[in-house]
Design a protein around this ligand. Sequence first.
Ligand code: C5P
Length: 237
Amino acid sequence: MSVAAVVPAAGSGTRLGAGAPKAFVPLAGVPIVVRAVDGLLRSGAVDEVVVAVPEALLEHARELLGGRPVAVLAGGAERTATVRRALDLLRRPHDVAQRQGGPSGDGPPDIVLVHDAARPLTPPALIAAVVAAVRAGNPAVVPALPLADTVKRVAGSTVESTVDRSALRAVQTPQGFALDLLRAAYAASGVDAIATDDAGLVERMGEKVVTIPGDPLAFKVTTPWDLRIAELLLEGS
Ligand code: C5P
């Protein structure tokens, strides 16, 4: 079973405020997206990678990622649109995909991972564990961590209720799917559908999604604080 990974890296990174799209911000000298892609390849569980970046940075991304089994395409306005475009590239027949700089395998892969570029320190072992869980017969797999903080529902600044956190999980990427299932989930959702993760679209179809233990190192770099933490973690490693 061949495995492809889709890496949405087309976000603007406004919350990071680094003056460049987040995926292209250097983390200890190496752009975040390069770290994310190299982690996927180092896992030994991924055959090919499709990276979706802002249109203006297509050529720059191709240069940064040169020499790797990676296809680069332009993403969309929302993460969901970005992933949809990348899945379309995977779906194309072999020769068409190749003409467009796409994956060079024999036809579409059987398993697809979707992995945020913004999670540059994700351990390769977690990536391999997600693939292993899909191979073991789970068509939709997400890494998840319990919540440490108490969680409250609020209206404006007023607390309405306290949520029972024992049944809540913070969900990370990579998320792994049987390719046919993820394709079906995107097909069933409208082109304007927005989901904050890919498993959300699978859930909307009523299909089962299972969790495996996540890893704190798979945290998403969103704010300057996160970037600093990532730098410190790399210094200490
Ligand atoms: O904004 P957020 O941190 O939730 O984005 C998660 C991932 O989705 C990031 O890697 C970002 O680059 C990507 N993204 C994208 N296309 C968009 C918006 C976000 O590929 N239009």
